[in-house]
Ligand binder design. Structure first.
Ligand SMILES: [Zn+2]
Length: 212
């Protein structure tokens, strides 16, 4: 396989990229000046050492945004954030969109995917084990005043979104001590079918205030 074929194969792994687009990227790079290619290669190389996955919320974050070299992201490490609310999202872009609204001050958890119907091994598709551990450990904490009080599902209002929420509710219900934790879902209404990453401030505010 020559470098252009190899690159095409690598671009195919990008989210939402098909063979035509992957080939277009390769032709683009072949035409670009060498310093552009060097710059791109150098920054991809640097990304290796500068990104980390938060061990609490599983969000990918850039270490340059954090003061210290940490395995926990700035949201999880921030003591001003409300520890009583945990919002479940699919991906980092959803967190970025919600943070931009400045309307939510709790914690997050990145599920990684939605659960398709009839999935045989959900733990291979979504981060369910990590979520159960996170909530279990939280409920075991000595400091009861800081315990989790609400889990908010911020997933798209699609059939797969519904399927995922049903599975999560059923699975999380087995955690000892979960009875005192409210489980809510963002209100649908206007945002029906909307991907959370495109949510604007007013839509999010509406959906959040009318969650149930
Ligand atoms: Zn985190």
């Amino acid at each position: 396989m020559n470098p252009s074929e190899k690159l095409q194969e690598l671009f195919l792994k990008f989210p939402g990229i098909g063979p035509k687009q992957a080939a277009r990227f390769v032709y683009f790079l072949m035409r670009e000046k060498n310093n552009y290619k060097q710059d791109l290669a150098r920054n991809i190389e640097a990304l290796k050492d500068s990104s980390n996955i938060c061990e609490k919320c599983l969000r990918v974050f850039s270490k340059y945004n954090n003061q210290k070299d940490s395995s926990i992201c700035d949201i999880c490490a921030n003591s001003m954030r409300d520890k009583k609310s945990l919002m479940i999202v699919v991906k980092e872009l959803d967190i970025d969109a919600i943070e931009k609204t400045k309307f939510y001050n709790g914690k997050y958890f990145v599920l990684g995917n939605l659960l398709p119907f009839l999935t045989e091994k959900p733990s291979e598709v979504i981060n369910i084990r990590e979520l159960v551990n996170l909530i279990h450990n939280d409920l075991q904490k000595e400091e009861k005043t800081e315990n989790l009080e609400e889990i908010i599902f911020a997933l798209p209002a699609t059939d797969e979104g519904e399927n995922t929420i049903n599975y999560l509710k059923k699975t999380l219900a087995q955690i000892v001590g979960i009875e005192n934790v409210r489980m809510s879902t963002l209100a649908r209404g206007l945002s029906s079918g909307l991907d959370i990453e495109y949510v604007d401030k007013n839509t999010f505010k509406e959906a959040f205030e009318h969650r149930g």
